[in-house]
Design a protein around this ligand. Structure first.
Ligand code: GUN
Length: 284
């Protein structure tokens, strides 16, 4: 067996094309969707992610403004600027690129963002709505991208045994809640999980979001499982690789995401969609 490819790159391209049309509709109503991105410090990975997000915004006509700060900026300065953006009617989405320098308290920063402009879906108001299964406009981008990629390829979630590796606030926890809302049976594994493969071998759908290159080898995967790789790290040559031993796992999986070209482009497409949704709500 050779796995089918879950092609996030081409799905993201078509989503961004559709978004361009929605942006044109909004501009017809004199409303240009705008995303404010806050980038603190000089982490090269964060700078690259922000650049990719800005380029994608440009592709579909979303205005984007990057606010750059030194590593030693005060927490209060960031919060004051977020309050200003909350009150600015020309800004529809606010994103603070994570991680942040150690002296800045992430929950404090996230809670200062208006839930209506929280295009990352990290504010406790939006997290809570997801947890209780209420309709929410703003879902975290990577989990939303994973769910859309699976659904687009007609992979059924209802009743599926899904194992998620990684319990972060950005991916693992919100993804698990979305999967539960879709009717999946979800196991969440993390750093302290013992005998990881006892869990993973049971998975109809295995989703790894750890950033540990090569964590998932073929012996850990059930035959014909769907394998989604959310991990991103770099090998010794600087090439981007995921958590999954792709070459071997693709021989036994039914579907697999490549890295790059799987979940990554979907994350960006979902950020753009959230920004357009946040703007559209002003007309509804
Ligand atoms: N850092 C890594 N992933 C993300 C994300 O989805 N949003 C933000 N704001 N920062 C991140």
């Amino acid at each position: 067996m050779t796995a089918n490819i879950l092609d996030g790159k081409s799905l993201a391209r078509s989503i961004i094309n559709d978004l361009s049309r929605r942006v044109s509709q909004l501009t017809f109503h004199k409303l240009t969707p705008a995303l404010a991105v806050i980038l603190i410090g000089d982490d090269p990975a964060s700078a690259l992610y922000v650049k990719n997000k800005a380029n994608a915004c440009d592709q579909c006509g979303i205005k984007n403004i990057i606010y750059r700060y030194n590593n030693n900026v005060s927490q209060q300065q960031i919060i004051n600027d977020i309050y200003m953006l909350n009150d600015d009617p020309t800004i529809h989405g606010i994103l603070v690129q994570l991680p942040l320098p150690k002296h800045i308290d992430i929950p404090h920063i996230i809670e200062s963002i208006s839930p209506r402009k929280d295009v990352d879906g990290f504010h406790p108001y939006n997290v809570g709505r997801l947890a209780v299964g209420s309709p929410t406009h703003l879902l975290p981008c990577t989990p939303k991208g994973v769910i859309n990629l699976l659904k687009y390829n007609h992979i059924s979630l209802s009743g599926a045994n899904v194992v998620v590796i990684g319990a972060s606030n950005i991916v693992g926890k919100p993804l698990s809640n979305m999967l539960i809302n879709e009717g999946a049976t979800v196991s969440i594994c993390h750093k302290l999980t013992t005998n990881l493969s006892d869990h993973t071998r049971n998975a109809d759908i295995l989703i790894s979001a750890t950033g540990h290159a090569g964590l998932i080898c073929s012996e850990m995967v059930k035959r014909a499982a769907v394998v989604v790789d959310v991990g991103i790290s770099r090998n010794a040559d600087g090439r981007i690789i995921g958590d999954v031993d792709y070459e071997n796992v693709r021989k036994i999986a039914s579907w697999i995401t490549p890295v790059p070209g799987g979940v990554g482009p979907m994350t960006i497409a979902m950020l753009l969609e959230n920004t357009v949704c946040a703007a559209e709500r002003l007309l509804n």
